[in-house]
Design a protein around this ligand. Structure first.
Ligand code: PHE
Length: 467
């Protein structure tokens, strides 16, 4: 029975469904595509450790704040922020958090759909045996030819977008929950199958050493920047996704333990993805530091050299696609919920309009890999790089920073006590210290470090233009 305090969009049917939904949002291309390749590029073990520190000290408190704020507001991030600021007699300017989240989600989804489309395409080509006994040249030319064919890219981007919009249009319980109930358990099973396969590939010890041997000589300030950015992206933080999902959490669920479970699941998947990928890469004498092409060139090539590689390679890309779709649906939720509330509109209609606009913006990303590959928005950033940079390196950290500050210093204590069960005392003080000081200062430092070079390059461009 719906309670007066429930969200109008529906509610998760249990605490576990929320855990799965939030883990579904968190586990995505960030874990399976990005985490292994940036670990590869940043030297392995020490990077993994720094990343874990960022998750624990910054990720977990910010996720707790988002879920808590969402459950208190019970609506889209924009309306939640309006309610929270009104109730607490704070400036409505804080609603900026909600607006930025809506826009960031839209920007991220626009390119996320393009890359997820690549995974869909790779299910197909891996299954058809393209990579069986393939040479490195064949693997990279297959990928490059695909990237230089805008029509194909658009075809797969469209397919992914249609699937996403179809699911979200059906609503929280019929659409989101149904997809999550199916995809998440399957994802875990597929990952375990792949891990078993990689343990037997002959390169496991080397893969393990690569992920866990601490090589601190490779750590630079940049490593922290990349690790922090990754922690935000992979935990879906800083843009209101967890706030939107938090609005559907039953009042009885404990937020602290739930959030820790979600972060552990997400980290376990990222580490397992690394442990599934690197051993087969090493077993074939390939390089781990291949960058974004790791998943689309090195991994298919590696599978192609192993017995039953076509089968397990296909399993791998099915896994990536499931992970991507449960994240994509969460990227739409802040905007979708807001538009439904604001205009009292039908969810399905809003979903379609939003999907079409996002798809259109995604065409810019498609073209960045071919027709527009030499067209730079600023300082060597293509359209895709630019959208990725602004959303991930600017909007998510800024959103996270404001969320942590708001949750700890602007919300009345009564709200924290009601939502987190925090009574005045030692626990409350440590929460204030971590969530209100350590996390914001950490984010701020990293943020300044990441934005300064771009601002400098912009400034130099302007000076050069003005002669
Ligand atoms: N966490 C997702 C991933 O790792 C991406 C994402 C970011 C989803 C922000 C929602 C919000 O792929």
């Amino acid at each position: 029975m719906a309670l007066a305090s429930d969200s109008r969009h529906g509610m998760w049917s249990s605490r576990w469904l929320f855990v799965l939904a939030a883990a579904g949002s968190a586990v995505g291309l960030g874990n399976i595509w990005k985490f292994p390749y940036i670990t590869g590029e940043n030297g392995g073990g020490a990077f993994v450790l720094i990343y874990l520190v960022c998750v624990a000290l910054v990720g977990i408190p910010i996720m707790m704040s988002e879920v808590m704020m969402g459950r208190q507001g019970r609506s889209s991030p924009i309306h939640t922020m309006r309610k929270l600021t009104d109730d607490a007699n704070r400036s409505r300017r804080w609603t900026f958090i909600g607006w930025m989240g809506v826009i960031a989600g839209f920007l991220i989804l626009s390119y996320y759909a393009v890359i997820a489309g690549w995974a869909l395409k790779y299910i197909w080509i891996t299954a058809s045996g393209t990579f069986e006994a393939a040479t490195p040249d064949l693997a990279s030319s297959t990928f490059n030819e695909f990237l230089t064919d805008p029509l194909q890219l658009i075809g797969f981007q469209t397919l992914f977008m249609v699937l996403t919009i179809w699911i979200v249009g059906r609503g929280v319980s019929k659409g989101l929950e149904t997809a999550i109930r199916w995809f998440m358990p399957l994802l875990f099973v597929l990952l375990i199958v792949l891990l078993g396969y990689s343990i037997n590939s002959g390169g496991f010890a080397q893969g393990w050493a690569f992920m866990f041997d601490l090589k601190f000589d490779q750590v630079t300030p940049e490593t922290w920047l990349i690790a922090m950015g990754q922690a935000f992206f992979t935990l879906s933080l800083g843009m209101g996704t967890m706030m939107a999902y938090g609005a559907y959490v039953p009042q009885s669920a404990g937020i602290g333990s739930t959030v820790v479970t979600i972060a552990l699941l997400d980290t376990a998947v990222a580490v397992s993805a690394g442990l599934a990928i690197f051993p087969i890469v090493f077993a074939n004498g390939l390089e781990p530091g291949q960058g974004p092409g790791l998943m689309f060139v090195t991994v298919p090539l590696a599978f192609g050299q192993l017995p039953l590689g076509a089968v397990f390679g296909t399993v791998f890309f099915v896994l990536v696609s499931f992970a991507a779709i449960t994240s994509a649906i969460s990227l739409t939720e802040p905007a979708l919920a807001y538009l439904v509330e604001e205009y009292n509109a039908k969810r399905q209609r809003v979903a379609i309009s939003l999907g079409v606009m996002c798809w259109a913006l995604g065409l810019g990303t498609v073209l960045s890999f071919n027709v527009w590959s030499d067209f730079y928005i600023v300082g060597g950033l293509t359209f895709f790089d630019f959208v990725d940079y602004v959303s991930q390196n600017v909007m998510l950290p800024l959103g996270g920073l404001l969320i942590a500050l708001f949750a700890v210093w602007a919300l009345p204590h009564a709200v924290r006590e009601k939502q987190l069960g925090l009574k005045p005392g030692a626990l409350n003080v440590s929460w204030k210290l971590v969530g209100g000081v350590i996390a914001p200062v950490g984010v701020l430092l990293v943020f300044i470090y990441s934005v300064l070079p771009v601002l400098r390059s912009l400034y130099e461009n302007v000076v050069a233009l003005m002669g």
